[in-house]
Design a protein around this ligand. Sequence first.
Ligand SMILES: Nc1ncnc2c1ncn2[C@@H]1O[C@H](COP(=O)(O)OP(=O)(O)OP(=O)(O)O)[C@@H](O)[C@H]1O
Length: 223
Amino acid sequence: MLEVQSLSKAYGKKQVLDSLSFSVKPGEIIGLVGENGAGKSSLLQILASLSRPTSGTITLNNQSYKTELKKVRRQIGFAPQDVALWEEFTVAENMVFFEKLAWNRLNKDQLRQLCSEMKLDKWDDPVNTLSGGMKRKLNIAISLIHEPNLLLLDEPTAGIDLKSRKEIGAYLNNLAKSDGKMILYTSHDMDEIRQLCDKIYCIGNDPFYYQVLKAYGENPISL
Ligand SMILES: Nc1ncnc2c1ncn2[C@@H]1O[C@H](COP(=O)(O)OP(=O)(O)OP(=O)(O)O)[C@@H](O)[C@H]1O
């Protein structure tokens, strides 16, 4: 379980996140929504342990981000908004490269299987010949190599076609429901969020998203 207590983040004098408290249980998919600049990416970066909060506490499966960071990091998978891949190398070469940086060992067949589960079958193709959606799938596959418990995805479906969205959604749903992974996910697509997520957290001071989701009959939680 991920537990966040009174988490705040300021950049200089600019307060971005103000005393957020929430939790995520195994098997839950949480949608994070909010206007541009509300702080969604800032929150994911803090939860990915790439940035520090100004104040507040976070624990993952009872392990503290402050005192047990090494153990915590092993349990986190993060796919940032910007796709970071070796463009000239093939899908296979990228997977093998990132496997070398991971904590656990997977052989080539297992890495290929990970890509196939994402419906990414271009194993021998250079990344610079892939579509944006395929690159995003590869980014997610890479974030799963070390079998994290907590998966943080920053707009994984931005700018990709409906079929790939559905495939990514189905895959994430399976990861949560079959493997018990905790997934936090940002998107500006309300239909997708409503279909995929168990809970929706609205970040920021603007009540727009909250009101839209209420009008859809959802029960969003304002953080
Ligand atoms: N490293 C930084 N230094 C200073 N300000 C920052 C930094 N990172 C983010 N910010 C500011 O914090 C605010 C929140 O940014 P963030 O990227 O977290 O929002 P977001 O909700 O993810 O936005 P978007 O939907 O556009 O991706 C913005 O005003 C941004 O300019």
